[in-house]
Design a protein around this ligand. Sequence first.
Ligand code: SF4
Length: 217
Amino acid sequence: MEVDPGTALREIDSQIARCKRCKLGMGGAHPVPGSGNPHASIMFVGEAPGFYEDQAGLPFVGPAGKLLDGLLEVAGLSRKDVFITNVVKHRPPANRDPEPDELEACDDFLRAQIAAIKPQVIVTLGRFSLSKFFPNVRAMRDVHGRALPTSDGLTICAMYHPAAALHQNSLRAVLEQDFRALPMILARAQSQPATPVTVAQAALPGVETPPEQMSLF
Ligand code: SF4
C-alpha cells in the first residue's frame, strides 16, 4: 500500500529531528527539514539553513527567502504550491559551505523526500544542489534555466541561489527570467515523459566536462 506523502514527510521530519549522522546535528542547530505541499509538482532544493531558518525551523525565511517569495510570484506560484528544502537539514556554523561528509550523510533524507513527494520538476538553487544531480557541471551560467531530464523521470532545472542575487544585483533579472520559464518547463515535464540526458546531449556550450547524470534511486 502506498504511503500518503504527508505521512511519509512527517516520518522523515521526525528522523531529521533526531539525526546526529554528521557534526551539523551535534551542535545547537535546529532541524530544518523543509516545508510546503506534500503533493507538489515542483520541489526547490537549496543549500543549507542559515541563521533565520535555524531560528524558525523553516527553509528560506530570511532575506533570500523574501526574494524567493517574489520569484515564485513571477512564476505564478506561492509556497503552498511547492515544496522547499535544502541539501543539508541543519545549519552549518557561521553559514559556511556544507562539507562533503555532511552532504553525503544528509543525502538519504533528500532522496526520501523526493520519493515521498514525487515531483515532476526539481529546481536546484545554487551549485551544491545542482551537483547532487549533475556532479560534473562546473559553471552555473551555462545551465541555469535549462530543463535537464534524468533517467529517473525527473526534470532538473538549475538556477542560481537567491542569496547570490542579494550580493550581485544583476543576477536578480537572470533569476526572474528563469522563474518566468518555470510554468512552461513544468507543462512540458507533465506532457511528455522525460528523456534521459545523455553525455552527447549534455555537452553544453562552455561546460568543460559534460554534466554526468547521477541516478537518484
Ligand atoms: S545535516 Fe543531515 S545528516 Fe547532518 S545531522 Fe542534520 S539531518 Fe543528519
